[in-house]
Design a protein around this ligand. Structure first.
Ligand code: GCB
Length: 594
């Protein structure tokens, strides 16, 4: 039953309580730079649509569910599952694209794998998942170590106590059943890929270690500030940027311990994606990272990168690579997607509609692409409910926590195409406050599809615009509304003296289908929509960038039209296999001339 909050007065306290209940333990910054054991590879799996491994026939939680990984001891034993003889799935990877019978599957799948460990008494072991969609319950050697909700952000648990010397096993109950009170909610225009979709690592950390750190250029451009936090206790930490001959030693603690340098580093930008090596040393252990320094701000309708106005020539991207079916997760996938975007002529990408894997933002740092990163507060989530707010805030927190050191990321987006209401304003406003409190070095945005129609044209007047730094506008002139030729005649007005990004426009086309510009699904129609929308955007004086929809065709259950869509959203500028459509050249030429 959906119960409206009697009064939003209780929202902060209740949300805090719920956030605390659902939150995994704090995240270790830069896990790939830490010692540990990769648990990527083949995991055994059991499909469990009735959750038989979790509930007994009275629908109570089993004390001896599949997580016990039981084995027959005597020939008369009755155990109706066996991970050891069950089939395997690749981790990372979604299950939908690995087994035909799981293509449309939504529900519970159990994953299991063994691993050997020489357990060290001076080590803290943390089991880290890059992402599991959607709900995960994690067990180590038959004991529950924690659970996590949200399909696109990392989480980890301290498993030191549960581990033993020798052979250990992990079991994960993964459930991707959609529900009204989730974030995202039941309907989205993308595939609900289930599974352990990103890498798994057993981090092996010194008992006391650097848990987290942050570094950024001060708004003045003449100093670098940041903080270091240990997991516990207090100890000396050195922070070094050798190329700038900068070093500081500080007494760090479990809290964020601040430091600052006077420095004028070479600035990171799409033209010069300069990254500096960073070293953090604690008791002889050195963590290395690569960091870029830049500022981002707005002034009236302008977006300023390093103090200079910039036009964001962008493209939207879903997390699906053209190299293979299903979710993208690897460095190779990130390189493929972002190289394709670069070839299109962009300096900016919108990573829609959820936080993408960490390779994407690290690759964007390397390649010089500015990034819009968002959480899946998409369409009609239950804005009235404090528990739903807590889920959204947790995903926001995990996204910012993971990516706060990436110079490429300039925009945190709070939401996409949410319907106007007071509850939604409070919900998204609170998310924006949270993001600003966590990170003052980036801008806040949201993609809106709520402009009013007036006699004069389209009017950007959604009050949510007042809460963001940059307004995103999704508009589908020539596809869901109007004829393509009418787009350039549309007059747009904005009530806000703020930069606007056209965060979506586009049209569907089946690659290779040529007809004429009036025929839906033809490449000609799509190219025509692009031409007319670009003319429309040219007349919108307050627009400072765009991310047309979308780089590549992507799977969606909302798109069943046989022989055209076949469960693909066809608005890609390239097909699912990476074949370019005519509209690609239209946008490519436009960006070259811009
Ligand atoms: C939108 C949504 C996006 C959809 C797209 C479409 O407005 O934000 O998620 O995929 O339209 O293709 O309809």
């Amino acid at each position: 039953m959906i119960r409206p909050l009697h009064s939003l007065r209780f929202l902060p306290a209740l949300a805090l309580l719920l956030a605390w209940c659902t939150q995994a333990s704090p995240l270790t910054q830069n896990p790939s730079a830490r010692d540990g054991l990769s648990l990527d590879g083949q995991w055994h799996y059991i499909v469990d649509p009735y959750e038989n491994g979790y509930y007994n026939h009275r629908y109570q939680e089993h004390t001896h569910g599949y997580f016990k990984n039981a084995k027959m001891q005597n020939k008369s034993d009755l155990i109706e599952y066996n991970f050891a003889t069950a089939d395997t799935l690749d981790v990372p990877g979604d299950w939908n694209s690995q087994a035909d019978e799981l293509f449309f599957y939504e529900g519970t799948v159990w994953y299991q794998r063994d691993f050997a460990l020489n357990k060290d008494r001076n080590t803290e072991y943390r089991l880290r998942f890059g992402a599991v969609n959607y709900h995960a319950i994690v067990y180590v050697n038959g004991e529950k170590v924690g659970s996590h909700e949200g399909g696109f952000t990392p989480f980890e648990f301290d498993v030191t106590e549960q581990l033993k010397d020798g052979t250990n096993f992990v079991v994960v109950k993964v459930d991707n059943a959609r529900a009204r009170d989730q974030v995202p909610t039941v309907n989205t225009d993308w595939w609900n890929y289930g599974g352990i979709t990103r890498s798994v690592k057993l981090l092996a950390l010194p008992k006391q270690h650097i848990r987290d750190y942050n570094l950024h250029l001060d708004p003045s451009g003449t100093g670098i500030s940041g903080w270091v936090a240990l997991n516990e206790g207090a100890a000396k930490v050195s922070v070094r940027i050798p190329e700038l001959a900068l070093e500081t030693r500080l007494e760090a603690s479990g809290q964020q311990t601040p430091f600052s340098f006077k420095a004028t580093p070479e600035l990171w930008s799409p033209d010069n994606p300069k990254l500096y090596s960073l070293e953090l040393e604690h008791k002889g252990q050195v963590i290395k990272d690569r960091i870029g320094f830049r500022t981002i701000a707005t002034r009236g309708e302008d977006i300023l990168l390093n103090g200079e106005p910039i036009y964001l020539k962008g493209i939207s991207i879903h997390e699906e690579s053209a190299l293979h079916d299903g979710r993208a997760w690897s460095q190779a996938d990130a390189r493929q997607l972002l190289s394709m975007a670069k070839e299109l002529g962009v300096n900016f990408v919108r990573l829609a509609h959820y936080p993408h894997n960490e390779h994407m933002v690290r690759m964007a740092d390397e390649m010089g692409l500015l990034v819009w990163s968002e959480i899946p507060v998409y369409w009609t989530v239950l804005f009235e409910r404090a528990d739903v707010y807590a889920k959204a805030e947790q995903q926001l927190t995990e996204m910012i926590s993971r990516d706060k050191n990436r110079a490429s990321v300039i925009l945190w987006s709070m939401a996409n195409e949410t319907p106007k209401s007071e509850a939604r304003l409070q919900f998204i406003g609170k998310l924006a406050d949270k993001a600003r409190a966590m990170d003052s070095t980036r801008l806040i945005t949201a993609a809106l599809d709520t402009s009013s129609e007036t006699a004069e044209g389209k009017h950007i007047d959604d009050p949510l615009s007042a809460m963001v730094d940059v307004i995103g506008i999704n508009t589908y002139c020539g596809w869901y509304a109007q004829k393509p030729a009418e787009c350039a005649k549309l007059k747009w007005h904005s009530d806000y003296n703020k930069p606007v990004i056209i965060s979506e426009f586009g049209a569907g086309a089946l690659a290779g289908y040529h007809a004429d510009k009036d025929t839906r699904w033809s490449e000609d129609y799509q190219a025509d929509v692009y031409r007319h929308n670009l003319s429309m955007i040219d007349k919108m004086s307050f627009v400072r960038g765009m991310t047309p929809w979308i780089l590549k065709d992507f799977r969606s259950p909302r798109r069943p039209l046989a022989d055209i869509q076949d469960f693909w959203n066809r608005k890609g500028l390239v097909s699912d296999k990476g074949v370019k459509k005519e509209a690609w050249s239209v946008l490519n030429h436009y960006y070259q001339d811009k």
